[in-house]
Design a protein around this ligand. Structure first.
Ligand SMILES: C[S@@+](CC[C@H](N)C(=O)[O-])C[C@H]1O[C@@H](n2cnc3c(N)ncnc32)[C@H](O)[C@@H]1O
Length: 443
């Protein structure tokens, strides 16, 4: 894609500024590989948009990434001579418009007319407005037919499609991709009284203890947020810290801790927590989160690979990873990560894991986890670790520790959650993130 040049988002035409920001976000994320959330925070600030416009821009970009494979296919199929070359912002504007026409509740004329206006703003794309108009109007006319023929795996890049099919088999690969097509529900970890909070917030208590909300309201306005009674955390992401079974007063290291979802769980369980992360800005968010929750932890800015301290009763390493287990919440991940990232990340994870082992007391517990669907960042990482560190053994996780969700346990007793597990009331209220976690005991 070519850089979208217009950086001025405000305009008199209603909705145009939101569409400009949406196309720019899509373009920028694909070009730079920077996460949509981060790109949005940076760009929306400077764009001076009304909150509703900024929200619409983000919704368009998110829908575009969730369905990018399908969107590219249906546009290409209607461009007889392929995508025009040297056409400036043509592609991101078309992708954003198609996302609205096919997957969002936006009037067709608004999606089409505002896309055409945007194309006119750049001399390189202005030449293709008639072509764009014809393609977008066809998409609107043929929407029903397109939507009845959706194939979930089309919305995963080839390398992920192949990886899931090889690792989990063709049926599970399709189920994973189908789960990614659904908007995710909002899950909360509550300090206490999950049933009471589920009732107050119109949610359900999941078998693992998290509260899943049926609605889609902004969290900041919900009862209990300002009072620090709960925090947002995917139901699968809440499991690794629970599996550490910390007792009040134990010294616990949370390595790669920011923004602190797991630190909060450990502190809430009564542990004396040291949270370590190398990112200053992310640690500032961790501190703000803990402050809202009224919880405490020592906070250390350090590279875990070089972090030295007196050894801990228990250690949690939530290692940096490809984050392919979070594609449902962050669909841009599927299009920004590359196979070559996996090799770099697995080498880093091995270094961090060896250091985490050195920081674990003899007889202490060590949990390694990643939010990745890749075996290399989970099962294979632990197999390699155990062959290097013969002083450690697995401490198998029991079904009752994860609310009886036996399908999320490997034969070796590791946790392996997949996005299509955890059936709920509707497809949107089903599923959880893809996580791997293994509990080890040192000697
Ligand atoms: C998966 S996120 C952690 C999420 C966090 N545990 C939670 O539950 O909220 C990974 C974190 O690892 C940190 N990180 C990456 N490489 C690191 C390193 N070498 N040393 C310390 N932190 C690192 C990143 O800054 C990021 O905050």
């Amino acid at each position: 894609m070519t850089r979208v040049q217009s950086q001025s988002f405000s305009d008199d035409a209603p909705g145009l500024a939101a569409r400009r920001l949406a196309a720019t976000l899509i373009d920028e994320v694909l070009r730079s590989g920077t996460a949509l959330d981060e790109t949005f925070e940076r760009m929306a600030q400077g764009a001076g948009l009304e909150p509703a416009d900024a929200g619409l821009a983000r919704a368009i970009a998110t829908a575009a990434f969730r369905r990018l494979g399908t969107i590219r296919d249906v546009i290409d199929a209607r461009l007889e001579r392929g995508s025009p070359r040297k056409s400036g912002p043509f592609e991101p504007i078309m992708v954003a418009a198609a996302a609205q026409l096919l997957f969002l509740d936006v009037p067709d004329h608004a999606a089409v007319d505002l896309a055409i206006r945007q194309l006119h703003e750049d001399a390189r794309s202005a030449r293709y407005t008639s072509l764009a108009n014809a393609v977008l109007r066809r998409l609107a006319r043929e929407r029903e037919a397109i939507l009845t023929r959706l194939e979930p795996l089309t919305d995963a890049p080839d390398w992920l499609r192949e990886s899931w099919t090889t690792t989990y088999g063709p049926d599970v690969a399709i189920a994973i991709a189908a789960a990614h097509a659904e908007e995710p529900p909002l899950d909360l970890t509550v300090k206490s009284d999950p049933a009471g909070w589920a009732e107050k917030l119109d949610g359900i208590v999941l078998p693992t203890g998290s509260v899943r909300l049926r609605g889609r309201e902004a969290v900041i306005g919900l009862p209990g947020f300002a009072e620090g009674e709960w925090w947002v955390q995917d139901a699968a992401a809440a499991l690794p810290a629970r599996l550490l079974n910390v007792r009040p007063g134990e010294r616990v290291a949370d390595l790669c801790a920011a923004p602190g979802g797991k630190t909060a769980q450990l502190a809430q369980a009564g542990a004396v927590v040291t949270a370590v992360d190398r990112s200053g800005p992310r640690l500032r968010r961790l501190k703000a989160n803990l402050e809202r929750l009224g919880l405490k932890s020592e906070v250390v800015t350090a590279d875990v690979a070089a972090y030295e301290a007196e050894s801990f009763d228990a250690v949690l390493l939530d290692a940096p990873c490809s984050a392919t287990g979070t594609i449902r919440r962050h669909p841009d991940v599927a299009w920004t990560k590359r196979p070559e990232d996996i090799a770099k990340l697995t080498a880093l994870q091995a270094r961090l894991l060896d250091q985490a082992a050195r920081l674990t007391k003899p007889g202490g517990r060590l949990i390694y986890c990643t939010c990745s669907l890749e075996r290399a960042e989970g099962e294979a990482q632990i197999e390699a670790f155990l062959s290097r560190n013969t002083g450690f053994v697995r401490d198998p996780i029991k079904p009752e520790e994860i609310g009886g969700q036996t399908e999320a346990l490997t034969p070796q007793g590791s946790l392996r959650t997949l996005p299509h597990q955890l059936a709920g009331e509707t497809p949107r209220l089903s599923g959880w993130a893809g996580f791997y976690a293994c509990r080890l005991i040192g000697s």
